[in-house]
Design a protein around this ligand. Structure first.
Ligand code: IMP
Ligand code: MG
Length: 171
């Protein structure tokens, strides 16, 4: 039987999301910022985040598929690329969780070819122990060492995205 152990409450999430949104608003004041949400996992984080950002932004999404097992990133592919013109604009990639970093490393390379002013990363959770790439997570709400987490958009085989807090899934 799968067991769900609560580790981050909706109240703690709310506080951190507001704080990260304030940092982003300060850092990008006066700049042309596009937030790019990575579907599906970042849909809740991005929608909470933008409601606390106090500068004008534009929003787009992209969808990345990885054909590995349901707990890791395998062979990465962009299935719904963004149509927005990103040249000379500041891009902030909004992701649910960074694990090995392979997914974001692939997406960063994809955008670098399109001549943006900058590309940075905002991850709801920075899970650092299994990192295999040298990407830097510029903004994160929480840092965890390891473990498989679900809730607040994060899934296991498409389940548990709807949970308002973060849970450690033990199978
Ligand atoms: P990476 O390419 O290894 O950094 O993996 C990133 C992707 O793997 C995330 O966007 C998630 O879709 C998935 N993933 C990694 N760890 C977890 C987790 O603990 N819970 C849910 N999804 C995860
Ligand atoms: Mg994801």
């Amino acid at each position: 039987m799968a067991e769900l152990i609560p580790i981050i409450s909706p109240e703690e999430i709310q506080k951190k999301v507001i704080s990260v949104a304030q940092h982003i608003s300060t850092d990008y004041e006066g700049k042309d910022l596009v937030l790019i949400g990575m579907l599906k996992g970042a849909f809740i984080f991005l929608s909470d985040l933008v409601r606390h950002v106090s500068i004008p932004v534009q929003i787009d999404f992209l969808r990345v598929s990885s054909y590995g097992d349901s707990m890791s990133s395998g062979n990465i592919k962009l299935t719904h690329p963004t149509q927005m013109d990103v040249a000379h604009r500041h891009l902030l990639l909004v992701e649910d969780i960074v694990d090995t970093g392979h997914t974001l490393s692939y997406v960063i390379n994809h955008f670098q070819l399109r001549n943006p002013a900058s590309v940075r990363i905002c991850a709801f959770i920075d899970k650092h122990e299994r990192r295999e790439t040298d990407i830097s997570v510029d903004y994160s709400c929480f840092t965890v060492a390891d473990g498989f987490l679900v809730g607040y958009g994060l899934d296991y085989a498409e389940n548990y995205r709807e949970l308002p807090g973060i849970f450690h899934l033990k199978i």
